[in-house]
Each structure stands twice: as structure tokens, then as C-alpha cells.
Design a protein around this ligand. Structure first.
Ligand SMILES: NC(=O)c1ccc[n+]([C@@H]2O[C@H](COP(=O)([O-])OP(=O)(O)OC[C@H]3O[C@@H](n4cnc5c(N)ncnc54)[C@H](OP(=O)(O)O)[C@@H]3O)[C@@H](O)[C@H]2O)c1
Length: 367
């Protein structure tokens, strides 16, 4: 049995500590992956900073991490899609309440992943590139395709144009850049927002317009673009994105539905219970009120929900493997390597918390 090591979060609010971890065999519908590269998400440091209110169910010591790429070492009895030696990427959903499983965290050498949240990757694709995808891709797919969110057509190899347009606010985020690509692959036009220096690569992904979300004129400019278009729905990503998106959707024709990925309170500057509670209540109330007034529906998305419905297999089994192999889907945002061992993960989380622009921080884990 392989020897495992993990970057543990020993208890709420504590810094990561590297130490021995059990090697866990896969359940019937699971695979074990030896991780070669893992990526850092805001979720990782948000749990560390705000564990008193975020993911309060986690059984510490715990292993964080949602994004991984590596090689399959063992498969469960019911798994037919993978065999040992396969190169894969996977979303680890260990922090979900129904999982609460350190064995499923990405920040260790061997991770147990659900077969339905894993995808083969091409031989030519470096693990570092593949690791950028899982949570951004999954969250975008949940927002766009789940029937209780925007319920859009699924991506296919040669999508016929739908004649409708999706607004993705925050296109340079991991979630946003995947939402742009997925919506385009499903036959939708895409209007997005980002800092001007990120416009070029978002246009290359297929966005027809990239507007600066810091411009005072951005809402009116987007409403003007939609004058002759039918709105397929909105994906709102980034702090403060929900309200402008609700106002824009309220002024458009089509599906006035804003699916939001960012909570009303952010924790970059630390955690305070009164600020968190007032921000949550006040932030949600102002968005709901604005939406009610304009006949706009809103709904928060949970990026791992696709494990429970048809969107999981539609993305990880039916779409992504061929799209990656044929170069129709790009690993975005581009990876920046922030370390080369489990010891570097805390530093990578600290860097993510300070803020990134159009990139994903990845730590390599080859031994
Ligand atoms: N609900 C879920 O399940 C779920 C899952 C994953 C992520 N999220 C949330 O989604 C958000 C994005 O996460 P991520 O990992 O995709 O992001 P990320 O890659 O860390 O985001 C960095 C990008 O955010 C953009 N940005 C910053 N402030 C913005 C604003 N006010 N409006 C639009 N864009 C803004 C910046 O764009 P420019 O560089 O162009 O300025 C930057 O490139 C976070 O709030 C995260 O907590 C939620």
C-alpha cells in the first residue's frame, strides 16, 4: 500500500501542516489518483479564514483542495471508464457536507475521487494545465446547465447557434473563463466583463464583447449591447457583481435569471462575525429586493452540485474528454506554478487571497 502525506489543516483557522495521512482505498464508484498538480481556489482560504461560519461541519483535522490532476492508481469495483495509469483531472468534493472526507481533499499525494467527477486528459496536456479546470469548470457548468439554474443547452462538438446571449460578469475568473467557453460551446453568444488587460484571451475564447467592470458606464453599455439580443441568462461572479447583474437583467428581453457564484461577504481582509452576519443579511436582502422589483430571478450556485444530476456526466464524461483531446476546450485561466511540494500550499493559498488576475495558482506534487 502506498505511503501518503497531506497538507493538513489541523483545526479551524490554523495554518496548514504537512504530515502523514492514511492511504484510503476507493469505494465502488471511486478512483484513487496520485496527484501530480493541484490548484488553489478561494474556497480553500475562505474555509481557513472563516471556518466559524463557512463549512462548519468539517471534521478537523481536514485536507482541503478541490482541483487535482494526476494518474489513476486504483479503481473501485463498479468503475469501467478508468484503469490504473490513466492521466486524469478531477474535482474533489471532500468539503461537501455529505462527504466531509479528508480522503477526498486534493492537498495530499493520494486522493479518492468520484468517478463521475473525473475526466481523462490528453497525453500532450501537462498536469499543471489540467489542474486549473475542475472547480471553475464545474461551477460554470452548474450555473449554465442545471435545470434549476439557467438550464441552457449542453455543449457539443458542433453547436448550432441558439441566437441567444449569455452575460458572464467576471470573465477573467476561473469560473467566468469556463462559463465563457462552455456557453460558446453550447451555441450561445457571450458578453463578459473583465479588466482591459484580460480582454484579448477572453475574446480568443469566443466572447463577442469584453467590457471593463470598473467603468462607471458598464451597466448602460451592456444594456445597449442587449437592445437587439435575447438574454439567455446571467452568471454573476466577483464581489459586488449580483446587483449590477440584476439591474442589467431587469432591462433585458429574455431569460431574466441571474445565477450568482460569489457570496455577499468576502474575507480577503479577515473575519469578523458582526460584519459577516450584517453583510450576509444586508447583501442578500438588497439583491432579492432589487430582483423582485424588476421581475428577475436569482439563485446561488454550488460548484459541486453537478455530482447529483445529469450535468456531471454531461461535462466530465460526454463533453470534456473529446473537447480537450481535439483542442476545442482550453485549460483556463492559464496556470502559474506557485510551488513544487505540499509545503508550498499555504504560501499558494496566501497568494490567492491577496488576489490574482486571469491566472490559476498551481502547486506541483511529483515525488
Ligand atoms: N459558489 C461556488 O461553488 C463557487 C465555486 C468557485 C468559486 N466561487 C466564487 O467565485 C468567485 C471567483 O472565484 P474564482 O476562483 O473563479 O476566481 P479567481 O480566479 O480567483 O478570480 C480572480 C479574478 O477575479 C476578477 N474580479 C475581481 N473582482 C471582480 C469584480 N468585482 N467583478 C468581476 N470580476 C472580478 C479579476 O478579474 P480582472 O483581473 O479581469 O480584474 C481576477 O482576474 C469567488 O468569489 C469565489 O469564491 C464560488
Amino acid at each position: 500500500m502506498p505511503t501518503n502525506t497531506a497538507a493538513w489543516i489541523p483545526a479551524r483557522h490554523r495554518r496548514l501542516e504537512v504530515g502523514p495521512a492514511p492511504y484510503t482505498a476507493p469505494g465502488p464508484d471511486e478512483i484513487v489518483i496520485r496527484n501530480h498538480a493541484v490548484a488553489v481556489n478561494p474556497l480553500d482560504w475562505v474555509i481557513q479564514v472563516a471556518g466559524r461560519v463557512a463549512y462548519t461541519w468539517l471534521a478537523y483535522p481536514f485536507v482541503l483542495g478541490a482541483d487535482l490532476a494526476g494518474e489513476v492508481v486504483e479503481t473501485g469495483a463498479a468503475v469501467t471508464r478508468f484503469r490504473p495509469g490513466d492521466r486524469v483531472l478531477a474535482l474533489s468534493a471532500g468539503t461537501d457536507r455529505d462527504a466531509n472526507s479528508a480522503a477526498q481533499g486534493a492537498f495530499q499525494h493520494y486522493t479518492v475521487a468520484l468517478e463521475r467527477l473525473a475526466s481523462p486528459i490528453p497525453a500532450s496536456m501537462p498536469y499543471v494545465d489540467a489542474a486549473v479546470l475542475p472547480l471553475g469548470l464545474s461551477t460554470a457548468a452548474c450555473a449554465l446547465f442545471q435545470t434549476h439554474h439557467l438550464g441552457l443547452r449542453h455543449p457539443v462538438a458542433d453547436a448550432a447557434p441558439t441566437g441567444e446571449t449569455v452575460l458572464v460578469w467576471g470573465g477573467a475568473t476561473s469560473v467566468g473563463s469556463n462559463a465563457v467557453q462552455l456557453a460558446v460551446a453550447a451555441g450561445y453568444d457571450v458578453v463578459t466583463t473583465a479588466s482591459p488587460h484580460n480582454a484579448e484571451w477572453l475574446t480568443a475564447l469566443g466572447a463577442s464583447h469584453v467590457l471593463d467592470y470598473r467603468s462607471p458606464a458598464v451597466e448602460n453599455d451592456i444594456i445597449r449591447i442587449f437592445r437587439d439580443r435575447t438574454l439567455a441568462g446571467v452568471v454573476a461572479i466577483g464581489p459586488g457583481s449580483a446587483l449590477p447583474c440584476v439591474r442589467i437583467a431587469g432591462a433585458c428581453r429574455g431569460n431574466r435569471f441571474v445565477t450568482t457564484a460569489t457570496a455577499p461577504v468576502t474575507f480577503e481582509n479577515g473575519f469578523s462575525l458582526p460584519r459577516t452576519l450584517s453583510g450576509m443579511v444586508g447583501g442578500m436582502a438588497s439583491v432579492k429586493l432589487a430582483a423582485l422589483r424588476r421581475g428577475v430571478r436569482t439563485r446561488f450556485v454550488i460548484g459541486s452540485d453537478l455530482k447529483r444530476n445529469e450535468v456531471g456526466p454531461a461535462i466530465f464524461r460526454d463533453f470534456l474528454p473529446a473537447a480537450l483531446a481535439e483542442g476545442r476546450y482550453r485549460p483556463v485561466p492559464a496556470a502559474t506554478v506557485a510551488g513544487s511540494s505540499l509545503d508550498d500550499l499555504q504560501h499558494a493559498m496566501d497568494l490567492q487571497r491577496k488576489g490574482v488576475s486571469g491566472t490559476k495558482l498551481v502547486v506541483t506534487l511529483s515525488r
